[in-house]
Design a binder for this molecule. Structure first.
Ligand SMILES: Cc1cc2nc3c(=O)[nH]c(=O)nc-3n(C[C@H](O)[C@H](O)[C@H](O)COP(=O)(O)O)c2cc1C
Length: 422
């Protein structure tokens, strides 16, 4: 479906090439895209927002603190009562930043969210592409290199600047890529069917909570970040994602069907109902192993030591493995202390999984509830991949790579897969 009808959030920052972004927006509009411009304060010094408004037909925005609805885009993608940065970010199919200054690359790499554009970047779950433009010394600076490497690792697509005469009088690399090239990359990113297109994938995420009384729950420290990253990655790569959400500390990703299931029992019901019709089931949720045998309808009073008897919860993976339906990849996560790899292998065999992602709760610089972690992927087919400390988004991308490879049509699978695609 290419560009037509797609919503593109166009970030414009304080580079002298900002005027060229008008041509990018014109070309995108001519191809049928719906563009919404978001500028930085510095960009407004170099180009008037009204120019973007004339081309996009929408109010250009730059102020995070625009609470007055009148001052908000007249035709916002999602004209609801959400804060404006969530509104514009969550409704976009793609976020393009052109030109991207050295400053914005640094802020994006560091996660600084001190204006509308950078806050929208953090709130966006769609693909992000940046077209940097700057003086050649700024481009070659080690800090810029480091920031670009970080952004690449975070999944941001970089359109390298071109060599040539620069506005600052120097000659070298730093000119904004041509509007035609930028539009071609946008088109390619929106066009890409993704290696998981046509696949239905169920992903569970977050923690379960088992009530002790109306106030207290038995739970764990999982934030859901890994499962959210994994579901988002699968959706971006074209899969139809069924997202079974336990309790999450982060927002669910865009473009997935969310089923809330905050207890082990609810999660078992949802997974056993939806899972067998999926190509892959990726169980990233931290489902509690035990729940209180009895629920106290009244808040339990404090009166010396108490005993709470626990009973095991449903073993979702084991049950699902016994009635697989169309599932070709059943993947579990093993969060283990001690000897994680050996325990992970044992869990994979015992529960008849195809893939297991082994990690530890406490890794230096990461772990449960944190932004980063390390992991080992183990396959029933003998596959082994060690992923050193990395963002959960990059680990999710590696897991999705492996799932995509395992779903590739092979032997007798291919006829079945082909017929499903038709
Ligand atoms: C006339 C002028 C042109 C500029 N052009 C660029 C540029 O092409 N690339 C760049 O990285 N910074 C450029 N700068 C510096 C940025 O505007 C400055 O770093 C600013 O803080 C960027 O803010 P922003 O990233 O929030 O837009 C320029 C500054 C001026 C005054």
């Amino acid at each position: 479906m290419a560009i037509e009808g797609r919503k593109i959030l166009v970030g414009v920052t304080g580079g002298v090439a900002a005027y060229k972004t008008l041509e990018v927006v014109r070309l995108l509009g001519a191809a049928g895209a719906r563009c919404q411009a978001v500028l930085t304060r510095s960009a407004t010094e170099l180009i008037r927002p009204e120019s973007f408004e004339a081309l996009t037909g929408r109010r250009a925005v730059w102020d995070l603190w625009t609470s007055d609805r009148e001052a908000r885009p007249s035709d916002a993608f999602a004209p609801e009562t959400k804060p404006i940065h969530i509104d514009i970010a969550q409704s976009a199919d793609l976020f393009l930043v052109a030109p991207a200054t050295a400053n914005i690359l640094a802020k994006m790499a560091a996660g600084i969210a001190d204006d509308l554009l950078t806050t929208a970047y953090l709130a966006a779950t769609c693909p992000v592409v940046v077209a940097p433009a700057m003086n050649s010394f700024m481009w070659a600076h080690k800090t810029t290199e480091r920031n670009l490497a970080r952004l690449r690792e975070d999944g941001v697509r970089i359109i390298d600047p071109e060599e040539g005469d620069l506005a600052c009088g120097y000659r070298g690399k730093g000119r904004l890529a041509s509007p035609e090239r930028i539009v071609a990359v946008v088109r390619e990113m929106l066009d890409r069917p993704g290696d998981l297109a046509g696949r239905r994938i169920l992903v569970t995420a977050g923690r379960t909570e088992e009530a002790i009384d109306p106030i207290r729950v038995l739970t764990n420290r999982s934030s859901g970040k890994m499962g959210v990253a994994l579901a988002g990655e699968c959706a971006r790569r074209g899969a139809e994602v069924v997202f079974v959400a336990g309790v999450l500390s982060v927002a669910p990703p865009a473009g997935v069907r969310v089923i809330e299931a905050t207890t082990a029992r609810a999660m078992a019901e949802a997974v056993l109902r939806e899972g067998p019709a999926c190509d892959a089931v990726l169980m990233a949720a931290a489902v509690g192993d035990y729940r209180p045998r009895e629920f106290s309808g009244e808040k339990m009073k404090r009166s010396g030591p108490i005993r709470i008897e626990l009973e095991p919860t449903e073993d979702i993976l084991e049950t699902l493995a016994a009635r697989r339906g169309s599932i070709r990849v059943l993947a579990g996560f093993a969060l283990e202390t001690g000897s994680p790899e050996a325990r992970g292998l044992e869990k994979m065999k015992r529960k008849k999984l195809d893939l297991i992602v082994v990690n530890r709760p406490d890794v230096p610089g990461g772990g449960i509830g944190r932004e980063k972690t390390e992991a080992i992927l183990l396959g029933r087919d003998g596959y082994r991949e060690e992923i050193p400390l990395a963002s959960k988004a990059s680990i999710a991308a590696r897991i999705a790579d492996r799932v995509a490879a395992m779903l590739e049509p092979r032997g007798e699978d291919s006829a079945q897969a082909n017929s499903r695609r038709e």
